[in-house]
Design a binder for this molecule. Structure first.
Ligand SMILES: [Zn+2]
Length: 275
């Protein structure tokens, strides 16, 4: 216990050190040239990673995580009879893991899933490459995952949709939202106390079209998959710095130094919730 408290203090100290560094750099830059620009080179742990319910991350015991990327499968054919809209609508995010758990149990229903309109073969490869880009952290020892082609054994699932809809079944065109991630989380303390967690799949859905219908460009798909996998790993909120992958602007489409610092920081914290 004592040891853990000391570790936390160390991390906070490190965080302050990094903040100090970024302030220093920003002021130096302001003197020389660019005015008022957010310093894109400053590395910082962004606090938005933490959910309103606390720290969410996987345990070492759960790794290697298994990731199933479907070849374009869409959940949209599963209709909520009450709403007449897809169960996997964005007003109903918390139902997605249960829906996928149910589909895995029912091969017939699973096999009836269609391919998302707008899906092209390159989308699979783009999603794969994006998700695989987090593997740079495997050598640091706190994260590991594998891809599987067997949908019955995965922890994280990737599906596709032509476009996201709300509970009325109406398409959402506002903003550049290319993906959603839904996970069910369990209190770590209850698990430590011997409680049995009924873990549910983490569900990522990626959009196959952009604007009002053109196929999602592969670079944008890759960035979206990379970003959503960051959410699947436990970075809950969005960085306010547009140059970070985990901002709503997807940064440069790749893991930024601040995204990396944030993930490392997250995996040194004791979790409150486990996906
Ligand atoms: Zn996001």
């Amino acid at each position: 216990m004592k040891h853990r408290a000391r570790l936390t203090i160390c991390i906070i100290g490190l965080l302050f050190a990094m903040l100090g560094l970024s302030v220093g750099k920003a002021s130096a830059q302001r003197q020389t040239q660019r005015p008022a620009q957010q310093n894109p080179g400053a590395v910082r742990v962004y606090p938005e990673f933490k959910s309103q319910f606390g720290v969410i991350r996987w345990l070492k015991e759960q790794m290697p995580l298994r990731v199933f990327i479907s070849r374009g499968l869409s959940l949209d054919s599963v209709i909520d009879p009450q709403l007449g809209a897809p169960v996997a609508n964005v007003d109903n995010l918390s139902a997605w893991p249960g829906l996928v758990a149910q589909l895995i149990e029912n091969p017939q229903q699973w096999n009836s899933l269609g391919i998302a309109e707008g899906y092209v073969d390159g989308h699979y490869q783009a999603a794969y490459e994006g998700i695989a880009s987090w593997k740079v952290f495997e050598k640091e020892g706190f994260l590991s995952y594998q891809f599987t082609n067997d949908p019955s054994e995965a922890d994280i699932y990737v599906f596709f949709t032509k476009q996201f809809v709300n509970k009325m079944g109406m398409a959402l065109f506002a903003n550049d939202i290319r993906g959603y991630t839904s996970k069910t989380n369990f209190p770590y303390k209850a698990i430590l106390a011997g409680g049995q967690a009924n873990f549910k799949p983490v569900v990522i859905v990626l959009r196959t079209t952009e604007g009002r219908g053109g196929s999602m460009p592969l670079g944008k798909m890759k960035a979206a998959a990379t970003h959503e996998f960051g959410h699947a790993l436990g970075i809950e909120g969005h960085s306010t710095n547009a140059s970070d992958l985990m901002s709503v602007y997807y940064g440069r489409g790749v893991i930024s130094p601040s995204d990396a610092a944030t993930l490392r920081y997250l995996y040194r914290l004791q979790p409150d919730l486990i996906p």
